[in-house]
Design a protein around this ligand. Structure first.
Ligand code: TRP
Length: 466
């Protein structure tokens, strides 16, 4: 049957069913893209890396690298209609190259598992903060008190582990239910609701009296504040926040109807995702400056600034609770996407049921998560290479595995696949198609390799200014 399919005799379909509509797909990809990456990670990375210049590089990467990689991933996924490992193997063969392209899929499966192992822990913090907001713990709290609440909570492994366990349970539950019943339902309300609440918070930030300082920090580039490591982090963040480079979007693309426009879908998702990240930045940094906090605070940044703001506003306990609930949902719809490549692979390769596969993959991720749980407590001083266990897993995935996956995916889509195949998926040979092909052939792979080599110090410093 596979041969028949490959020869184009039978229409290729996915084992897991299909999205019920184009909107469902857009929502699912947006749901996977919008998550902790936008609201937790983007502001803290921008803060640590000095603001404006980081944001500018991030935006350039989103447009110049993110768009072409995302389009490549969707088109490969839809053409293969299998899990990322099998899709890469099948298309590698079909396009006259090699089945070994499956290693790209395998790296993606691994990256998803590693990312989710820490993602779930941070999502667990969010769960706990929902509770803390609801019981009014932040009402009227001072900067010191909010900082102390964060510190003592994250240092203590047991409550964090309980929240991490709960969150993994939620994720396994939805993944086990399958594409239409599980994944779709989860995103329909969440993204618009999150957007609305961010606007409410923006109103608050504008009135904080330090809006201009926050916006200035975020948008006036100071290149002296940015190292090549920072540039790499900005690029890694572009991959992370768009969920690209690891086959997740490829796995989602496998469930996409043939007639849907890949270009239009990608543009919509990239716009929504970037909009929410910038909005988060415009909410957080005015609050940082209004309360005399350190923008370079690190992973605790949102967990300190937002509770302070909620603690001071009227109805703050309510808004705070709603906000953290939405953040849990945003993280949830992303976590589902992180697990999908591994689960789809187990189901197709080993004939497991979705439920079995979800429990197996989820259990492994849960166990790995303890590396991060302890990174903020007893193992906080256990540091090597880039820092704690959490820092290293984060660096390895966002800054190494995702960009590397991105290079291989664009090279495959734009160099290995023949023109006819990609043109067929992207519907035609117009200007948009040529633009994609140029970006995927040259801009994305060269830019990624350049930044990467710069950051590890392999390329010599010609200008001498960095
Ligand atoms: N984009 C998600 C976020 O910003 C995180 C993420 C990275 C992701 N890779 C993914 C989500 C793959 C789903 C699938 O929070």
């Amino acid at each position: 049957m596979l041969q028949e399919e490959a020869a184009g005799k039978a229409p290729r379909t996915s084992l897991h069913g299909h999205w019920s509509s184009r909107l469902a797909f857009v929502l699912a990809v947006t749901g996977s893209a919008v998550g902790l990456g936008n609201i937790w990670k983007f502001p803290y990375l921008a803060g640590v890396n000095g603001g404006g210049a980081f944001v500018l590089v991030y935006l350039l990467c989103v447009v110049g690298i993110g768009m072409p990689v995302m389009m490549s991933e969707i088109l490969i996924g839809r053409r293969g209609r299998r899990n990322p490992v099998a899709t890469m193997a099948l298309l590698g063969e079909e396009e006259g190259s090699s089945r070994h392209w499956r290693l790209v899929g395998a790296m993606g499966v691994l990256a998803g598992i590693l990312i989710l192992s820490y993602y779930s822990v941070i999502a667990g913090w969010t769960l706990a903060y929902t509770w803390k907001s609801a019981v009014g713990m932040f009402t009227g709290a001072t900067t010191e008190q909010v900082g102390a609440i964060f510190g003592s909570f994250t240092e203590n492994w047991l409550p964090v582990a309980v929240c991490h366990t709960l969150f993994m349970g939620l994720t396994i539950f939805v993944v086990a239910r399958g594409v239409e019943r599980g994944l779709e339902q989860a995103v329909r309300i969440m993204v618009p609701a999150l957007f609305l609440l961010m606007l409410v918070l923006l109103g608050y930030a504008i009135n904080s009296g330090h809006f201009a300082a926050g916006v200035d920090f975020l948008f006036s580039p100071d290149f002296a504040a940015l190292t090549w490591d920072g540039v790499l982090a900005a690029m890694g963040q572009a991959f992370f926040t768009l969920s690209i480079g690891m086959g997740a979007i490829m796995a989602y693309g496998a469930y996409l109807p043939d007639e849907t426009s890949i270009t239009g879908t990608s543009a919509a998702v990239v716009t929504a995702d970037t909009g929410i990240a910038l909005l988060a930045g415009m909410v957080i940094f005015p609050l940082v400056f209004a309360n005399g906090l350190d923008p370079g605070e690190g992973p605790g940044l949102v967990f300190v600034t937002l509770p302070l703001a909620f603690g001071q506003m009227t109805g703050g306990a309510f808004f705070g609770t709603v906000f953290f609930v939405l953040l849990v949902f945003a993280a949830w719809t992303s976590a589902i996407g992180l697990m999908e490549p591994a689960v789809a692979w187990l189901v197709e390769r080993y004939g497991r049921s979705r439920a079995q596969a979800a429990v197996m993959v989820g259990g492994l991720i849960w166990a790995l998560g303890f590396g991060t749980v302890l990174s903020f407590g007893v193992l906080a001083d256990f540091r090597f290479y880039k820092g704690t266990i959490f820092d290293n897993v984060d660096h390895l995935t966002s800054n190494v595995m995702l960009p590397l996956g991105g290079v291989l995916i664009t090279v495959f889509a734009a160099w290995v696949m023949c023109r006819n195949s990609s043109a067929e998926e992207l519907h035609g040979a117009g200007a948009m198609y040529r633009l994609w092909r140029f970006a995927a052939r040259y801009i994305a792979p060269i830019a990624i390799l350049f930044v990467f080599l710069k950051a590890v110090g392999v390329l010599p410093d010609l200008s001498g200014d960095a």
